[in-house]
Write a protein that binds this ligand. Structure first.
Ligand code: GCU
Length: 138
């Protein structure tokens, strides 16, 4: 089926806030990670079949420094220090993709800030888990 969108403001947030003060987000807002190592957002995503899935993160980073995050899938780091470089302004949103392996059914995708700046502002992730996946949203 199609790509499924998962809004960050609906995910499980540890040390971050849902905000809506920078235009251009989708849904009802975005997550502002606390400016510290370890602030995180965890998504529960569905895959119809086990196998590779493309995760596309929609984010903004209005500062100059990269804000890398570790991307874990079901408790294991699948993408270490994935870069979320400057987008030039907090209202300028762009995407970053990575491919991971999902289990059939429910999966936990955790995005964890690895620098003292915290993560970027995160709008949502889009999950393309292949043809077996139902068109559900979360
Ligand atoms: C500013 C900005 C926030 C952002 C924060 C940060 O405060 O308004 O949206 O999250 O910087 O540096 O993380």
């Amino acid at each position: 089926a199609a790509v499924v969108q998962y809004q960050a403001e609906s995910a499980t947030i540890s040390n971050g806030l849902v905000e809506s003060n920078h235009a251009g987000f989708t849904g009802s807002g975005f997550v502002n990670y606390d400016n510290e190592v370890g602030s995180s957002v965890e998504f529960t995503v569905n895959a119809g079949t086990a196998g590779p899935a493309t995760l596309t993160f929609r984010f903004a980073n209005g500062q100059t420094a990269n804000r890398p995050m570790d991307i874990s899938v079901n408790g294991s780091v699948a993408a270490s220090q994935l870069s979320f470089p400057s987008t030039g302004a907090w209202t300028t949103w762009t995407t970053k993709s990575t491919t991971v392996t999902l289990n059939a059914g429910s999966n936990k995708i955790k995005t964890v800030a690895t620098t003292v700046n915290g993560g970027p502002n995160l709008d949502r992730i889009d999950v393309d888990a292949g043809s077996g996946t139902p068109d559900t949203t979360a």
